[in-house]
Design a protein around this ligand. Sequence first.
Ligand code: AMP
Length: 282
Amino acid sequence: MDKQPPRIVSSLAELRSARLLFDGKVGLVPTMGYLHEGHVSLARRAREECDHVIVSIFVNPTQFGPSEDLSTYPRDLDRDLLLLEPAGVELVWTPTPEVMYPPGFATWVEVEGLTKPLEGASRPGHFRGVTTVVSKLFNAVQPHKAYFGQKDAQQAAVIRKMTRDLDFPIEIVVCPTVRETDGLAMSSRNSYLSPDERTAAAVLFRSLSAARSAYERGERNAQSLRRIMAEVILSEPLAKMQYVSVADYDTLEELETVAGKALLSMAVFMGRTRLIDNVVLG
Ligand code: AMP
């Protein structure tokens, strides 16, 4: 089948009319743009599983803290469209902040509990912005399936919970993290890294891999696994650790002993760039 360039719409009315033309299963891939192979893998998976794929590109201001990188977040719509075309994406929705948050906007969606630790503790208000915008995307697009990356493991868990709690009739599909050859998880924010920082950034996956190897050799003490992760991060002078975590996969509560499925995760600053990564054990 010949691939057509995706159609781009910005307003909610255009999005709704375009959506009405789609019969069969619709898959949604929410993104903030500046796409890479991680995003494209989500679109490809959606294409395999659905009749129509809609990608949203929206740098959501409400999920950025006041001292975060909203104003410098990288953007390149032309390049994004070139990457999406071969993936078979038919429709790209690029709402403006005014479309998403018209004057007087005052309604928020908040998931309790799961949003408190990890990213929630480091980035107050972040998940409230994420769940609010994803609810709006779900309501506007009305997809049958929505695709998220394991790279943002807590986000995926929070969205799953929100979808259940609010009865969205949408299947949440979580796709594996796509990595560079040195193990660095692909991220739009990697473009901020200087060449030295880029080289050093492989330390996140080295650290997670060291803990995973220890687990595979029989280590079940969570504090020992955290220590292994921290030691590897500390060995890299350009890296500044924000947190390392060994948590229950479902509740995200910190563990003493790894018995069932566990999420190993971390946030690390490389200079001014904040990177996150994770692996799942068990
Ligand atoms: P973002 O544009 O960073 O908001 O990401 C949009 C979606 O792509 C989210 O569901 C992310 O988890 C997912 N994603 C980002 N990076 C990767 C990656 N390296 N591998 C797989 N999925 C990713």
